[in-house]
Design a protein around this ligand. Structure first.
Ligand SMILES: N[C@@H](CCC(=O)N[C@@H](CS)C(=O)NCC(=O)O)C(=O)O
Length: 306
């Protein structure tokens, strides 16, 4: 998601499905309401419906992907991560942290991002946000900056290469994603996700529904070009932007593409294979946070169909 109301969140596996379904469902309900920005409590109907939809969807998504993941020793580093489960911006950092074995303590920030306490620490009210010793202001937001910082701090060259030229490509891919691809994805999917739209855009305006729908379709159509750039330029025949292993730019891209399922966007074959390859490589580290996003999407789709 992007800026705006406490954008929602969600879900997770068999035994753990039950565990995850609860918070996921909670967040689903919350996210639905989020469209109108913070504070409003989720409508009862939504709150009730959510657990069902989520609980159903979660095991599928998770079970499918699950884990050939190699267990990595968790390092207790004292990192705290405030996050929203249905958000792909948050999914990005949640996947990265798991894949890197950083084991941050996650706090669901749903409904809290605009509280005085949160704003005092993070006036941008955005998640993902980490708290880590040594940060000049105590906190850090922006998914890519968080991954860069943690990679630098913990020497995670596998995800963020040190060599300037290789690193520049990862940086370029991430900036291109956040500045160009993501806004199209957001405009195309947020209406269906029930997330707040950006001020100044058609989706946020008083335009009639047909105009909003036109804008949404135009954004969806615009996704194809930058998407192809990731394939032809950044991957350039390699399995991942990072080469043989997913880099932080790959995690950012794969997570972003998850949202397109809400509009049944027809991903090109390479993108489907690419996402599957990342999920296979990262196993549970990817599947678990992806399960939350997928569960939320299943929930909103079920609601739209009913
Ligand atoms: N570019 C940022 C976007 C972060 C963002 O939009 N976060 C949303 C959730 S997707 C949020 O926390 N919104 C809560 C709020 O605005 O109150 C990133 O990649 O981290």
């Amino acid at each position: 998601m992007a800026k705006a109301a406490t954008k929602g969140t969600k879900k997770a596996g068999a035994k753990s499905a039950a565990k995850a379904a609860k918070p996921a469902a909670k967040a689903a309900a919350k996210a639905t309401t989020a469209a109108k920005v913070s504070a409003k409590p989720a409508p009862k109907a939504t709150a009730k419906a959510a657990p069902k939809a989520t609980a159903k969807a979660a095991p599928k998504a998770t079970a499918k992907a699950a884990p050939k993941a190699k267990a990595k020793p968790a390092k207790k580093l004292g990192i705290k991560l405030s996050m929203l489960r249905p958000s792909v911006n948050n999914m990005t950092v949640r996947v990265f942290a798991r894949a890197a074995g950083l084991d941050p303590a996650e706090t669901d920030a749903w409904g809290l991002t605009r509280t005085p306490e949160f704003l005092a620490r993070n006036p941008a009210h955005l998640t993902p946000m980490i708290e880590d010793k040594g940060l000049p202001r105590g906190v850090l937001w922006e998914s890519c900056a968080i991954m860069q910082y943690l990679s630098n701090k913990h020497g995670l060259d596998k995800f963020y290469p040190k060599a300037p030229a290789k690193r520049a490509m990862v940086d370029s891919a991430m900036f291109y994603l956040v500045g160009t691809l993501y806004p199209y994805v957001a405009r195309a999917t947020y209406p269906a996700l029930g997330f707040p739209q950006y001020a100044g855009e058609v989706g946020h305006s008083d335009a009639l529904p047909d105009k909003k729908s036109e804008a949404q379709k135009a954004a969806a159509a615009a996704v194809a070009e930058p998407l192809e750039v990731f394939h032809s330029f950044f991957r350039d025949g390699k399995p991942f932007i990072g080469g043989n292993n997913p880099s932080i730019a790959d995690i950012r891209l794969a997570a972003t593409l998850e949202f397109l399922a809400v509009i049944d966007y027809a991903l090109p074959g390479w993108a489907k294979d690419y996402m599957a390859a990342i999920e296979k490589k990262l196993g549970k580290a990817y599947a678990e946070p992806a399960g939350d996003v997928r569960g939320y999407i299943a929930h909103v789709k079920a609601q739209a169909a009913s």
